[in-house]
Write a protein that binds this ligand. Structure first.
Ligand code: SF4
Ligand code: SF4
Length: 441
């Protein structure tokens, strides 16, 4: 009897303490709903637990039920149960033409030759693109969140990115250094992390992920893109949690712009460093200078899975990341894709779809998009909404349960989700209870 009393009291105290610690952690995240819910949870646990113990303190069997239930829940939360789904890639699709990318299409203006050439070849996009073009451009007067001072600051960051467009490639040193692939891989990864990246990986460059034709940037529009580099060095940049919490609006766009500039500086530096070793290397920077599609390359490098919201979800930083990359022929050691339960989580969660104000994120099943089975974002609806706001939206990134900051509690949940369907079920429903199903903005 003494032992069961001790177990009962100890488990009650542990559960109550977990509730209070989670409440404190929620305060740090500035999540008041989660704070009050955690306090209520801890109080209810303590009242029920010790009330039960006090009034029914007569049977070992009855007293064993609450701790047994708690222990079973913990075991189910962490115990491996079944395989997680992987992203299905048949690789049978054509390469994507960068001229079809929404950000390229936004640049075609009536009266210029690109507009005439593009829409006579792709008339199916003309009507919707013309409607989008009638709305104010991002960061321009007329957008809902336009602010001449702050918008001007963001525009100046994008200008700095643009100034790097001609720095992405350059002369290769004739004095080629003999390198050890393992050593140089470590050295490049270390340099990128020291420059502020969140994570870094190496992928063998799959030619299916190289755009077919130039759609933006200083190179000739419509020219064929040839990039036969063997590897892509790719990295994530963490989007600041509190900036993302400010979505939708200028906070979000400020953060995106700052990360794009940081990504551009890192990739230009790394590409230059590799060329100085005597190997070809090209940086791929934001705005108008990508030759490769970063999300699938990031997946190949083990940096994250594509989620329902259309972004890569990183194992450590969730959806709050931007990507940067360098392609090269420098001998490197490639990483492998990491699957950590995102496909199974997204199938049930749907929180981004519920919160998307433009209805751009699908509720239904994945579709085959050029040989990759994925949830296809309706990019026209998304960008149309951005232009109404005059800024990035980012609500999907903000509400995604993977976007929580890497605190002890969220990290424990991140560890459990890839292993256990119970953990995924509890996390999806727990997220709604503690943080709300619908975001307020
Ligand atoms: S909000 Fe949910 S469904 Fe959407 S990407 Fe994040 S985990 Fe997946
Ligand atoms: S950025 Fe906004 S509009 Fe676009 S998909 Fe996400 S939630 Fe929807």
């Amino acid at each position: 009897m003494k032992t069961i009393n001790l177990i009962n009291v100890t488990t009650g105290i542990i559960l109550g303490a977990i509730g209070f610690l989670f409440a404190i952690s929620s305060l740090y995240e500035k999540k008041l709903r989660a704070f009050y819910t955690a306090i209520a949870f801890a109080a209810i646990i303590l009242i029920v637990w010790f009330g039960y113990y006090h009034f029914l303190n007569f049977s070992v069997i009855l007293l064993s039920i609450p701790p047994a239930f708690a222990i079973l829940a913990v075991v189910l939360f962490f115990a491996p149960d079944g395989k997680i789904s992987e992203i299905e890639i048949s690789g049978s699709g054509d390469r994507v033409d960068e001229r079809d990318v929404m950000f390229a299409r936004e640049e075609y203006e009536p009266g210029d030759s690109k507009y005439d050439i593009y829409y006579s070849a792709k008339p199916q996009f003309k009507e919707i693109d013309d409607k989008i073009r009638k709305l104010p451009r991002l960061l321009s007067p007329g957008g809902k969140y336009y602010d001449p001072i702050r918008s001007g600051y963001i525009i100046s960051i994008f200008r700095s990115v643009k100034n790097l467009l001609n720095e992405v490639d350059g002369e290769i040193s004739a004095d080629r250094q003999a390198v050890d692939a393992a050593e140089v891989t470590v050295s490049i990864k270390k340099a990128i992390l020291e420059m502020g990246a969140g994570d870094v990986g190496i992928a063998r460059l799959n030619q299916n992920y190289v755009y077919s034709h130039v759609g933006r940037g200083p190179e000739k529009w419509g020219s064929e893109i040839v990039n036969s580099h063997k590897y892509a060095v790719i990295f994530t940049l963490e989007m600041d949690y509190y900036h993302v919490e400010g979505a939708p609006g200028l906070f979000m766009t400020e953060e995106s712009a700052a990360r794009y500039l940081q990504g551009a500086l890192i990739s230009v530096e790394i590409a230059r460093y590799i060329r100085n070793l005597g190997y070809p290397a090209r940086a791929h920077i934001s705005g108008s200078n990508y030759q490769i599609m970063l999300p699938p390359v990031a997946y190949d490098a083990g940096l994250g899975e594509l989620g329902r919201l259309g972004y890569n979800i990183s194992p450590r930083l969730g959806a709050r990341v931007r990507l940067g990359a360098v392609t090269t022929d420098l001998p490197l050691i490639a990483d492998k894709p990491k699957n950590f339960g995102v496909q199974d989580f997204c199938r049930k969660c749907l929180k981004c779809a519920v919160n998307c104000p433009s209805d751009a994120i699908p509720y239904g099943d994945k579709t085959d998009e050029r040989g990759v089975l994925k949830w296809q974002l309706n990019i026209e609806k998304c960008i149309r909404y951005w232009r109404i706001l005059g800024t990035d939206c980012g609500l999907c990134m903000k509400v995604c349960p993977y976007s929580h900051p890497p605190t002890l509690f969220h990290n424990i949940i991140r560890k459990a989700i890839p292993r256990s369907a119970t953990a995924r079920w509890i996390s999806i429903h727990g997220d709604d209870i503690f943080y709300g199903r619908k975001a307020k903005f």
